[in-house]
Write a protein that binds this ligand. Structure first.
Ligand SMILES: Cc1ncc(C[n+]2csc(CCOP(=O)(O)OP(=O)(O)O)c2C)c(N)n1
Ligand SMILES: [Mg+2]
Length: 696
């Protein structure tokens, strides 16, 4: 039996004030989401004050449980607890809810408010990323302390999620939950606020399956705590506490608790309706709520000193007690595992081991052509022995994406091993199944958890399935690495469904995401190096070819790190035209340059593996690469041309594919779509003919 819940009158008062504060904050802001914050205040208080291991004075504490508010719209549910527990939020911050620069933005934002583990708001992402956090916790434990029995390591902790009807309707949680069940993530506990309300009212119009049966079928441990019951609504905190403890004790399966509540309870007239989901309660209803709670309806933002002091003292005392044991266990672990402790210090600092890049492969220019996806696979395998934090896999395209680390087990329970993949709960090769969206969310969760660095692969065309999570990762500046192979019509016979065309520009539209499309094997190595070195500034996608590409003369790792460089300058000593290219089209550009040389036209070829990195460079560097005075410019990229005007200017020509591809052999497709050296040369000739070159 878990210890009985120790609950005092002051705890009840803290919950009552939290409910009223949620109403007050939204009333003052004029808009927001009070409803679930009112009804879930006791649930969140229970977690933060009675259940979770956390330390408000050290929000980054390694041993902490994680709390993910998947219902991000209910940010006040979290802000109230951060305030009560002593994470630095104060009443004045609730007064500035949703205002410019406040630590209480409309939805919780990672990095803006101490104690916020993840940016949430796009429904489903919180729960799906929590699966990644739970996976990361297991992987980190395997790296640092694999031999302790369950629960005995300082690295053991629980990932808690508060989810809503919306989260469980979103497809990404189905993907992630199926994966979590297969992975037997016993360190994951989800509480589903089954309040029978979404914005359109009763979700019975859209959501009729037996959700817990579905989760049982996924392999989860399920419980139902029914506060609505048959008779009067009763917030049975003892029952919920028991369920949460039982969920934590179930270490072999993830757990979900269906908690049947009433939206905005105990608001006098609006409880149980959709109205308080996303609008201020109104003065009258708010006063009525306060009366129901036994509070003074005249007082706003009221939090008596003794209530706040109680909550903060309780959170601090619990933290001190938990930390005392944990610190001792952790010091002991450090003493017994000095090498692993050094590894941990490196991972916490997000540093790479000195000299790490010496193991990177190099490819001889002119040697056998190599697909950049395979060069990427060679990099991953070269780095694997010295970067244990680097791990990843694919959404069922492991061989195609070249994401596997050879000779290492898969990150799956041994019981899930197949003829092809040997499983180990601490394994390294990830298998996401055909779940691209959840893969991206999981990568975010792994990054958020901290210590390790994940990558995930699929065909570039299916990156569309990942976009919501990739965007959120960019917003949070998480260093996930996307390995997107089969990057163009170079896919060939599979045809237009499998040939990305608009994807490069569609993803370049996401601020903070680096789209890296290397030209050959050596640029691929340099791209990986730069991505790994840029470890704190957001996600990167490696956009890689299916087809073999020549190993080029003139590639430059430093130039790749800067996003663009001159791979071959004008052979005539005078730059008549500049050819801009990425990926597989760089070699085409080089062919065009050579053809133009025979006609006495001097072409400079600029390889631009990453426009985002190039744009970051100082003006003088950019001007030294892309000469401002030479306005005869041709870009070539096997995708839509939409954004190239910015680089080639009004007078330039962009060669690309502004239509869907087709099913045919790759060489024929390049030719028929005019992505060719002849097309570049033709455009260059006409530009040189009609463009006055300054200073000439
Ligand atoms: C992906 C996504 N789609 C739509 C929305 C808009 N939205 C915000 S909350 C909500 C309803 C959520 O219902 P539920 O999870 O039951 O939360 P409750 O109303 O019970 O607080 C919707 C549709 C969103 N935030 N994210
Ligand atoms: Mg709901």
């Amino acid at each position: 039996m878990p210890p009985a819940l120790d609950w005092t009158e002051l705890d009840s008062r803290a919950v009552a004030h939290a409910r009223a504060l949620a109403g007050d904050a939204v009333q003052k802001a004029g808009n927001g989401h009070p409803g679930a914050a009112v009804s879930l205040a006791p649930v969140a208080y229970l977690l933060f004050q009675k259940v979770m291991r956390h330390d408000p004075s050290d929000p980054a504490w390694l041993g902490r449980d994680r709390f993910v508010l998947s219902i991000g719209h209910s940010s006040l549910t979290l802000y109230n607890q951060l305030l009560l527990a002593g994470y630095g939020l104060e009443i004045e911050d609730l007064r500035s809810l949703r205002q410019w620069g406040s630590p209480t933005p409309g939805h919780p934002e990672y990095g803006q408010t101490a104690g916020v583990e993840m940016t949430t708001g796009p429904l489903g992402q919180g729960l799906a990323s929590a699966v990644g956090m739970a996976m990361a916790a297991r992987r980190a434990r395997g790296l640092l302390d694999p031999n302790q029995p369950k629960g005995a390591s300082p690295f053991d902790h629980t990932v808690f999620v508060l989810a809503g009807d919306g989260d469980l309707q979103e497809g990404v949680t189905a993907e992630a939950s199926s994966l979590a069940g297969t992975q037997r993530l016993g360190n994951l506990v989800v509480i589903w606020d089954d309040n029978a309300i979404t914005i359109d009212g009763d979700p019975k119009i859209t959501f009729s399956e037996d959700v817990l049966a579905r989760y049982r079928a996924y392999g989860w441990h399920t419980q139902h705590v029914d506060w609505r019951g048959e008779g009067e609504y009763r917030e049975d905190l003892d029952g919920l506490h028991r369920a949460v403890r039982a969920a934590q004790e179930e270490t072999d399966r993830p757990s979900i608790i269906r908690l049947s509540t009433i939206m905005a309870w105990p608001c006098p007239t609006l409880k149980g309706t959709a109205a308080p989901h996303g609008a201020a309660l109104g003065a009258e209803e708010l006063a009525g709520l306060k009366k129901e709670l036994g509070l003074d309806p005249e007082r706003c933002f009221d939090l008596p000193e003794e209530v706040l002091a109680h909550a903060r003292a309780n959170a601090a005392a619990r933290a001190a007690e938990i930390r005392e044991n944990w610190d001792a266990a952790y010091s002991n672990w450090r003493r017994m595992n000095s090498q692993k402790a050094a590894l941990l210090d490196r991972l916490v600092a997000r540093e790479l081991p000195s000299g790490w890049h010496h193991v990177l492969p190099t490819f001889e220019p002119g040697s056998k052509p190599v697909a950049t996806r395979n060069a990427s696979g060679a990099v991953i395998n070269a780095l694997a022995p010295i970067l244990p934090e680097l791990w990843g896999g694919s959404a069922d395209l492991t061989a195609s994406n070249a994401t596997a680390v050879k000779g290492e087990p898969s990150f799956i329970p041994a019981s899930q091993s197949s003829d092809t993949w040997q499983g180990d709960i601490y394994g390294r090769n990830l298998h996401f199944g055909i779940r691209e969206h959840a893969m991206a969310s999981v990568l975010n969760g792994i990054c958020l958890h901290g210590l390790t660095r994940p990558y995930g692969g699929t065909f570039f065309v299916f990156s569309d399935y990942m976009r919501p999570a990739v965007r959120l990762g960019a917003l949070m500046k998480l260093p996930a690495i996307h390995v997107w192979t089969h990057d163009s019509i170079g896919v060939g016979e599979d045809g237009p469904t499998h040939q990305p065309v608009e994807h490069l520009w569609a993803y370049r539209a996401i601020p903070g995401l680096a789209m890296v499309r290397p030209a050959d094997a050596n640029e691929t190595v340099a791209a990986w190096k730069s991505v790994l070195e840029r470890r704190c500034d957001g996600p990167a996608a490696l956009v890689l070819s299916r087809q073999n590409l020549p190993v080029l003369q003139g590639t430059d790792a430093e130039g790749v790190a800067r996003g663009g460089y001159v791979i071959a300058d004008s052979p005539t000593g005078k730059v008549d035209v500049q050819i801009l290219a990425t990926g597989s089209e760089v070699s085409i550009a080089l062919d065009a340059r050579n053809a133009l040389a025979t006609e006495g036209i001097g072409a400079r070829v600029i390889s631009l593996p990453c426009l985002e990195w190039f744009d970051e460079q100082p003006q003088d560097y950019r001007d030294s690469v892309l000469l401002p005075d030479v306005t005869a410019r041709v870009s070539i990229e096997a995708g839509t041309t939409s954004g190239w005007a910015r680089y080639v200017g009004d007078g330039g020509v962009s060669i690309g594919i502004d239509r869907y591809g087709a099913s045919a052999p790759p060489a024929e497709l390049f030719e028929r779509f005019g992505v060719s050296a002849e097309a570049v040369a033709k455009a260059a000739r006409s530009l040189v003919g009609r463009t006055r070159i300054k200073g000439v």
